[in-house]
Design a protein around this ligand. Structure first.
Ligand SMILES: [Zn+2]
Length: 280
C-alpha cells in the first residue's frame, strides 16, 4: 500500500504537471470508486495540491477539492497512453484499461487516470468544510512540524497496544504504513510487540528521528515499489527506496547489523518483520 512517501512523490509530480490545467471532462468508469458530481469539476482549473497522511488533494479554482486515496492498489497516472496496467510487467496496452476507474481530460488534451485493480481506493469531490469534517479523525501528519518527539511520546501514553499496531493507526499519526513502521522500529531497536506506553522518552525520541528520516529518504528515492509492483510514479516509472529496506520483506535474510535471520510474524493481522537480536 502506498504510504506517506509514495503519496508525497505523486503529489509533487502532480504539483509540477497539473497546476494551471483546466479539467474539460471527468469520465467515471466505475461508479463505486467516485463520490461527488463530475459537473462541479468540469471547466475548473487546478490551482494547488496538498496531502494529509495518505490522502492527496487537488484544489480547484471554485474552492472544491478532489481527494484521492490510493488504498491497496490505486494509481494516479498522467499522460495519454503507454504505461499500461497497474503492474507494468503484465500489460502494456494503452489507457484507459480494465483497472481504470475514472479519468480526467484536460483542455490541452493530456489525461490523468485513476487506476485501481482491487477497487478499495476512491476519489471524492468535497467542499473545504466537508474535507475538514472528513479528515477530523486523522492524526498529525508525520512530516508536519506538529509531529515532534514529545507529541509522539504523549500519543503513545494513551495505549498499551503494541507499538507496531499504534504506528499504523491513522487516528494516532497520519502517513505511516507497514513498510516504514517495520523499518523505523528496527532502526530504533524497538521490538514491534513493545507496549506503546512502556517505551522510554529517550527511545521514543530515537524512533521519531528514524521515522522522519526514512520518510524523507524514501521521498528522495521516489518512494518504494515493493514486491507487488503496485506503486508506480504518475509517469509509469518505479520508486527506488525498496533497495534500502532494512527488515521489510527480508524474512530469513541476514540482519544488516548483526546477521541474525530476520523474522516474520503477524501483529494485528499485518506482516511484521524484525531482528530478534537487535530488537528486544
Ligand atoms: Zn540484528
Amino acid at each position: 500500500m502506498p504510504e506517506l512517501p509514495e503519496v508525497e512523490v505523486v503529489r509533487l509530480f502532480l504539483d509540477s504537471h497539473l497546476i494551471g490545467k483546466t479539467i474539460s471532462k471527468l469520465e467515471i468508469i466505475t461508479p463505486k470508486s467516485f463520490f461527488g458530481d463530475s459537473n462541479f469539476v468540469e471547466g475548473q482549473k487546478i490551482i494547488g495540491t496538498s496531502r494529509l497522511g495518505k490522502q492527496l488533494s487537488l484544489n480547484l479554482e471554485n474552492g472544491l477539492i478532489i481527494l484521492f486515496h490510493l488504498k491497496m492498489t490505486g494509481q494516479v497516472i498522467f499522460g495519454d497512453s503507454v504505461f499500461g496496467h497497474p503492474t507494468p510487467k503484465e500489460d502494456k496496452t494503452s489507457l484507459p484499461n480494465k483497472s481504470t476507474r475514472l479519468f480526467f481530460t484536460f483542455s490541452d488534451g493530456s489525461k490523468l487516470f485513476f487506476n485501481d485493480q482491487r477497487k478499495f481506493g476512491w476519489v471524492k469531490v468535497l467542499t473545504k468544510t466537508e474535507l475538514i469534517e472528513f479528515q477530523k479523525n486523522l492524526g498529525v501528519d508525520i512530516l508536519s512540524p506538529a509531529f515532534t518527539p514529545k507529541h509522539l511520546y504523549n500519543q503513545l501514553q494513551y495505549t498499551s497496544r503494541p507499538i507496531k499496531t499504534v504506528l499504523l493507526d491513522q487516528s494516532f499519526f497520519a502517513g505511516v504504513g507497514n513498510i516504514y513502521a517495520n523499518d523505523a522500529l528496527f532502526l530504533a531497536k524497538i521490538h514491534p510487540f513493545s507496549a506503546s506506553n512502556k517505551i522510554s522518552l529517550k527511545t521514543v525520541t530515537l524512533l521519531h528521528h528514524f521515522l522522519v528520516q526514512i520518510m524523507i529518504e524514501s521521498i528522495k528515492a521516489g518512494g518504494s515499489t515493493a514486491k507487488d509492483n503496485k506503486y508506480i510514479h504518475p509517469d509509469g516509472s518505479l520508486g527506488q527506496h525498496q533497495f534500502s529496506f532494512q527488515v521489510y520483506q527480508r524474512a530469513g535474510e541476514p540482519c544488516l547489523v548483526c546477521q541474525t535471520p530476520i523474522k516474520r510474524i503477524k501483529i494485528g493481522g499485518r506482516g511484521t518483520f524484525y531482528c530478534p537480536n537487535c530488537q528486544k
